[in-house]
Design a protein around this ligand. Sequence first.
Ligand SMILES: [Zn+2]
Ligand SMILES: [Zn+2]
Ligand SMILES: [Zn+2]
Length: 156
Amino acid sequence: MAASSSSNLDPQLEEEEFLYGAESGWVEARTWCDHLGCLSSDLAHIPAPDTPCNRCLHPSENWLCLCCKDVLCSRFVNKHMLQHYNQTTHCLALSYSDLSVWCFKCDAYLDAQVILQLQPVYETAYILKFGEAPPFRTVDHPDVEDNQAKGISSGS
Ligand SMILES: [Zn+2]
Ligand SMILES: [Zn+2]
Ligand SMILES: [Zn+2]
């Protein structure tokens, strides 16, 4: 009898589980990374967010390699970005689905709004995706105008 073996379990399953790791909710992004040296020197011109994966032509939610501007699909599709990293050690990628930046070497998200080297490409990608500039937080002008008349009339 026996309904034969249910053997064809994907050998990549374990790896996938490992990669999913911090999938639950918000993961804090790093505000620094030692690997920014591999960033492309021309990030003013990047492929459109709807560019298909260069290898399997997966149409959406791909990653942009920030080192050579290749567009490749995610670990949830055919892992071409991950393969690209393994083959080239290009470790910085920007997600066209949510514009997050991932460093494969740090194994962490990077805060593209804080890291100066990433701000331009984040902004460019944002404009390509949404058609307008991102609402950057402006912390440059701490309002210190309440110097006036304090403590002067405190005689008692
Ligand atoms: Zn692909
Ligand atoms: Zn690359
Ligand atoms: Zn890094």
